[in-house]
Write a protein that binds this ligand. Sequence first.
Ligand SMILES: Cc1ncc(COP(=O)(O)O)c(C=O)c1O
Length: 438
Amino acid sequence: MNAPLPKMDHHWLPFTNNRLFKEAPQIFAKAEGVRYWTPDGQKILDGASGLFCCAAGHGRREIADAVHQQIMTLDYTPHFQRAAPISFEFAERLAGILPDGIDRIFFGNSGSEAVDSAVKICLAYHRATGQSQRTRFVSRNWAYHGVNLGGTSLAGMVNNRRDFGAVTFDAVHMRHTWSEEQRFSRGQPETGADRAEDLEEMCRLYGGETIAAVFIEPIAGSIGTVVPPKGYLERIRAICDKYGILLVFDEVITGFGRTGSAFAAQEFAVKPDLITMAKALTNGVVPMSAVAVKGEIQEAVIDAAQGDRPELFHGYTYSAHPVACAAGIAALNIYRDEDLFGRAKALSPKFLDMVFGFRNLPQVADLRGYGMLAGIQLTPGAAPGAKGSTVQRLLFDAGLHIKATGDAVIFAPALSVPEDDMLRMGEILQKVLGRADL
Ligand SMILES: Cc1ncc(COP(=O)(O)O)c(C=O)c1O
């Protein structure tokens, strides 16, 4: 393949330094399995499942066929007072893999929309049950809950909120769970569960009865894979129960097998009240997200509706888009038929052995990992984020696509990754992280 570079004057790339990008563009022109190709034909292994989306790898014909067939059968349906059979089918399939009872599905188009929808559903539930004083939201430092205004309010990554204070609501933040003594912990750290007491403290400070919901990424993904300490999520659940606070797990990254179970809620055996999901919902092929809600929450909101007005004044033109539903059902079929969640669990020990083998490399300051998700913390560079950006570029030049956030590298190959490709990804990482001159 030798395609010309596109003209790059008009597309403003998100989360990108557009000036630097144009100086040395990193462009993918083709993808298949766990590989991308640049326009000039360089092969790049995909160590990030795109952006943690393509759990079953790229170019899946089953999904392409389902999408094509859906477009030719019913390309679009509005979902305000109308519906198509396929969204009910997809919601039922999702209910089948979600934790018991978290089985009412509200569809959106991105993880950010799922988070904002969940914020509104929590408020609607409390209003419906006579608790409209519950308007405060709790999140955590280092949290990433997308970039819409709800997610920006909940954000615990400072760059994502710094410039937008004028349009966010006042969420309060607990500490993250990482601490020095956890360095190089594999799986769930032994220490740190006591950080859940921050929530107890907030209930004392603000009044537990004023808090609507707590948003938690069961594994904090975007910051660089921070795995919950043993007992932490259980303690958060118990405090939420004590004060009647809803618990939302944001599983946009951890959903669909990344931890070795369908959802992290099942893997860690802690049941939230709502779960947000996106990314691998359609194997990343068509934009879509969902909020899964406990039956009693949906029923309370529906029961409180007056007359024939909608019970939730919220939704998107593309909520439950039939083409996205078709992609989602086809993705779920692949996950089931190839037992990809089971495969993730079986492959995880080898994956983590490989990652924890980087421990003594000169660029490595910490390693974290669970399931098929790992974080590699780099030694600090000249300025925060500089090392991450250099390493990301060097990895690309060496043939590996990976996501860096700040000075952390997030390694998350497809759950379908062939073992020899996974080992090759590890070799490239080893080579770059082994350099002493960065
Ligand atoms: C936990 C979490 N929530 C929400 C989002 C936002 O998803 P999107 O980029 O699809 O809006 C992300 C994206 O990475 C995420 O990791």
